[in-house]
Design a protein around this ligand. Sequence first.
Ligand code: PLP
Length: 230
Amino acid sequence: MLRENYEEVQKNIALACERAGRERDSVTLIAVSKTKPVSDIEEIYALGQRQFGENKVQELMDKEPQLPDDVDWHLIGHLQSNKVKYIVGKVKMIHSVDSVKLAETISKEAVKHGTDENILIEVNVAGEESKFGVSPDETLSLVEKIAPLPNIHIRGLMTIAPFVSDPEENRPVFRKLKQLSVDIVSKNIDNVSMSVLSMGMTNDYMTAIEEGATHVRVGTAIFGERNYNI
Ligand SMILES: *Cc1c(COP(=O)(O)O)cnc(C)c1O
């Protein structure tokens, strides 16, 4: 069951790349395993998947030691400053940085651990009140403030698009994040790269790829529906 799901997602990613005239290896699939048991992750790992995403620090810490060392973990959910110390050095990338304070804490912990941390700036493109993330207007100034901090590297932008029935509705959101990254690249800020665009989930990852996503975060389409009540 999980195998068929996984193969279907891989097929769709290849299709979207082809449609957009992009190389398949320009898109990284992050399998979002939140709420799912380690056995499910192992099943997908056995198919060759190495990039996994979790949205809670505690859950990531529980699962990380149970899986092989060559798994790359991505923290994709909201991060509180007081939890940063648990994950610095353990994750490949933190996708959800939206304040100077959080970035300062990550930087400080990274220095303490003698490690470097890759981060993305989370942008609330659609301006939804329920969502974390900085507004598009404030993104450049946030990037400029974080860039000089030691042991932390901005690699690009992330957004969580609205939940919609038709993925086409989110195309302008993806397009806007891409444009924002192009604008920031043109500023040539030291220690800032915009090589990563983390956008697209189960409902809209093909559209996101067509609009330039380099990392898609797919949970339900691989692991099935989540049950939060167990
Ligand atoms: C849960 C989650 C996903 C995956 O969502 P699906 O719709 O199940 O693919 C992606 N990104 C973030 C930040 C998430 O919290």
